[in-house]
Design a protein around this ligand. Structure first.
Ligand SMILES: Cc1ncc(COP(=O)(O)O)c(C=O)c1O
Length: 381
């Protein structure tokens, strides 16, 4: 058995990130400033979009995008039930109502047919989640949005490297929101980004992210001399710091190299697990580029072991796992507040009850991968 516990989702931090953080700490400017602006510029170049605004989290990015779209009380936003709670909570923070829709199996992404069913006269936007790194059916979602005059606000927390029919994520929606939380494909410990081609929305998001002030702190205090500012709206405190950006810049430089490593691990797992009584992730064909954020399997009935028992067996063998996710409508808050009940979203429930994610970080060694494979094979037979 392994000596040390294999932590699920541990990040790959190198000397470059450490050196940059130290340099920033010694520079005299730690808050939002030149490093954050460099990170925004490089991220916009990576995606090929006009604007990127760095913020404190993907949750903040989603919230600000919806504010920029004018979404508020009385409005509805369609959100998959199979996602992390932040996707729905960001809608609730605007005063609007999240309306859940089911996902497809085996893809586990938002089902356009169910989205159509959930549209009412109050619907203002669709919030697709490129789940685990797999793009939604972008053509179908865009067609629905066009036909009904809806905004698309993309939750790309899992999907920085995702492409659909040769187009990069960041080009499917009015705003696309990214997460740099520690377990994500790249991290700034905590952090997020909004990508948009809309000049006016980008300005609004920047101002809303920092108290509603007309100038950010660097613009006021930089070597160009102090500048007065006006509060033009009651904003939030959602800005990214230069310490976070110092990590993010180098994580971005390593993004593609780390993607290649995760693809290798993905293929190794697919190969090793193909005869086990498990449903492996849906096939990746050449119309999409999967970001390979999570490797999530579903435990079939004939496996003779429940998902939770399998997680415990892996834990006993020092292999960390996670569940992504329990369907949102099965959580107390959403069921009590909006009246959802078991049976409302059968596919999301099935995934929520049977799925587990196994270690899949680019930092895994070949020995780590072999340990995961061995533990899985010994646990499921
Ligand atoms: C699908 C999805 N959306 C949004 C978020 C929120 O990201 P953050 O923690 O950066 O706010 C997460 C985080 O896990 C996520 O998985």
């Amino acid at each position: 058995m392994r000596k040390n516990f294999l932590v699920f989702g541990s990040p790959c931090i190198g000397q470059e990130e450490i050196d940059e953080v130290v340099a920033t700490m010694k520079s005299g400017w730690l808050g939002t400033g030149p490093k954050t602006h460099q990170f925004e510029k490089e991220f916009a170049e990576y995606l090929g979009v006009k604007h990127c605004v760095a913020v404190s989290s993907c949750t903040a990015a989603l919230h600000l995008s919806m504010i920029a779209a004018g979404i508020g009380p009385g409005d509805e936003v369609i959100v998959p039930s199979m996602t992390f709670c932040a996707s729905a909570n960001s809608v609730i923070h605007t005063g609007a109502t999240p309306v859940f829709a089911d996902c497809t199996i085996p893809e586990m992404v938002l089902d356009p047919v169910d989205v159509k069913r959930k549209i009412t006269s109050r619907t203002k936007a669709i919030l697709p989640v490129h789940f685990h790194g797999r793009p939604v059916d972008v053509d179908a979602i865009q067609k629905i949005a066009r036909e009904h005059g809806l905004y698309i606000i993309d939750d790309a927390a899992h999907a920085i490297e995702t492409e659909y029919k040769g187009r990069k994520v960041g080009h499917f929606a009015e705003c696309t929101c990214f997460s740099f939380y520690v377990t994500k494909n790249m991290t700034s410990v905590e952090g997020g980004m909004v990508a948009t081609d809309n000049d006016e929305w980008a300005d609004r998001i920047k101002i809303y992210a920092l108290h509603g002030m007309s100038k950010d702190a660097w613009a006021r205090f930089s070597d160009k001399g102090y500048k007065h500012y006006q509060v033009v709206m009651p904003g939030f405190k959602y800005n990214m710091t230069d310490i976070q950006a110092s990590i993010g810049i180098h994580q971005l430089h390593k993004l593609e190299k780390n993607w290649v490593r995760r693809q290798e691990i993905w293929n190794a797992y697919n190969n090793e697990f193909r005869d086990l009584p498990l449903d492996l992730p849906a096939k990746v064909d050449n119309t999409i580029r999967h970001a390979y954020h999570l490797y999530a399997i579903r435990v079939r009935d004939e496996a003779g072991i429940s998902r939770d028992a399998l997680m415990q067996r892996l834990q006993d063998q020092k292999i960390g796992t996670g569940v992504h996710y329990t369907a949102l409508h099965m959580h107390q808050y959403y069921s009590q507040t909006y009246g959802y009940k078991e049976g409302d979203f059968p596919n999301a429930e099935k995934i929520g009850d049977t799925t587990l994610s196994i270690p899949f970080s680019a930092g895994l060694t070949d020995e780590d991968v072999a340990d995961v494979v061995k533990a899985m094979k010994e646990s499921v037979c």
